[in-house]
Design a protein around this ligand. Sequence first.
Ligand SMILES: *[C@@H]1O[C@H](CO)[C@@H](O)[C@H](O)[C@H]1NC(C)=O
Length: 401
Amino acid sequence: MLRSTDRVTAAALLALLALGCVSAASAKPPSTDRLVAAIKAKNFSALSEALSVKGLDVNTPDSSRRLPLVEAARSRDVRAVSALLEQGALARVSDGTTTPLHLALLAQGAAAAPMARLLLAHGADPTAKDKSGATARSLVPAASAASKELSEMLKQWEARGAMAFEDAPGDWLREEREGAAYFWNPATGESRWSAPPSCAWQRVTVQGHPIKYVNSLTGQETTSLPAALAWARVTAADGSGLWLNWAARVTSAAAATQPPAELPAELAAELAARPNRRWYNTVTREFVYTDPAYATAWRELRDEATGAPYWFNVDSGASVWEVPAELAWAEVVEGGSGSSGAAAAGTTSGRYFHNTVSGEVAWTAPEHSAHAFVEVQGAEAEAAAAAATAATAAGGAELLL
Ligand SMILES: *[C@@H]1O[C@H](CO)[C@@H](O)[C@H](O)[C@H]1NC(C)=O
């Protein structure tokens, strides 16, 4: 039984809840009714107007439960599909009956391929099923001239996922406009408020160690560093600082002033704080820009409760309490053992490597072990930056400093 004071509190609480409902109702996000109507009418100026409404979420169904992107694909309107994706429409949606990619592939006209490419690039899944259980991929008509391009696209998707359709690192620039991020592509003249897929990669860390990379737009996940994030801050031969994408071998057009649009702020700050950081692998004779601590799939983590170390495999998801054999290499120098590690490059007589788990012995440092790497700085890094820059210029890629 409620005491009277409790009853008063309860009544006040109800009143507050009612108020909350009212304010929630008045703050209701704008509806997509006008947007869907413009798509249906194929009126692009009305569509642009509808899209410019502040606070509009293009992923909200209209009052007849129609999703804007599904309706744009149904109308075979590439321009509308593109405009919606640029406003952050999610390509991997379903309205419960079908998906935009199903509709794009069913279109079969000239709009099918460009529409499918846009959707795949933004994370549409060709293995998703419609209400009848048919995958989008199964809708590509068997060998015909028109389906060749579509089949080729599906092959690319199977090999690399949405990333296969990503713009090259450095293609997009990021600016602040009206307090929001704004992206533009100087080569194509495209601009958009929502990040393009190449600028939507995020690094996921656990206890400070990279575990995986997730694209917040396409939903793609990978444990190896995507090319979009493979940037390093380097010093050019003339002493100026620049951003180098070592995977794509391009330098950023935003050069000294701004970090590349692909980099999340935290990662950019981390890289900027440690310019010219590279390692030389004495076994493979290659320079790497990534920390050799992450040369294998194993990450050393600490058990939250006990503080005891354990090892987590980012590829298999396995966790083990014993150091994995891949990491168990100890350097043995004659007369005693020690981990002089990366300090000694090349071969020293009486120096060998012993695996404390497998018992294996090797005369040269195993290529993925920390012993194989030497951190390099200064002149060597500058020379490599110059070489990379020259390679960029020679390759005909745009070089803006
Ligand atoms: C398209 O939309 C614009 C703006 O809402 C409107 O003025 C125009 O009459 C529409 N055009 C057609 C053909 O309906």
